[in-house]
Design a protein around this ligand. Sequence first.
Ligand code: TMP
Length: 241
Amino acid sequence: MASVEKLEQLYEGKAKKIYATSDPNIYWVAYKDSATAFNGVKKAEIDNKGILNNRISALFFQYLEKQGIPTHFVEQLSDREMLVKSLRIIPVEVVARNIVAGSLAKRVGRPEGTVLAKPVLEFYYKDDELGDPLINDYHIAALDLATPEQMDTIASIALRVNDILKTFMADLGIDLVDFKLEFGVHGDTVILGDEISPDTCRFWDSETKEKLDKDRFRRDMGGLEEAYQEILRRLESKLAN
Ligand code: TMP
């Protein structure tokens, strides 16, 4: 259990709350049941979502660490809480895509499900008031959101995470369609932060192409909790220790 004490809340996001702790190197994260889409315009409380995303994120972070990816994960504390390394978040959301879906389908006019010839990385400016607009390396450098060296590290980690998770999920009968990562600076190193869960990834059953992610909420399909349970069940079948 925690060897640190939970102190004041630093931040409340749409899906998580972040607290300071008695150790300046460590933050305390609590996952909420809130689901939002379209930059918070659509909202609901989904039973157990926080519990499922906390557990799923912990399993993904542990697996990635084992594969040599530096992440902020320290330990899972309880069903909804984890300890992470304290980060100064870089305000760039990184999306990696293997299959056309969501906003890319609209932007390039290709049908959802089109397999991309190679992975695509996209960057979005993390700013809720602006609705997280798409940006590129030039904007990032010119606006000093991250240094070119940091962006090289971020792109290389994002592509490695994509390779690792695509293979891992394929083994569980799931297509890794796309996902969003966030990075931060701890000390002077860039590491993977935030969460990796069905809120931030698109997962399709490889056989049936059934959606097992937050698109079920975004598109009013129902069955969100059951879909997240199914992702957790498949992860645990592989990773149970
Ligand atoms: P998009 O197709 O809507 O741009 O989404 C791409 C991926 O990023 C998808 O896996 C969902 C994830 N995502 C987030 O995690 N947060 C967001 O705010 C958005 C818009 C997408």
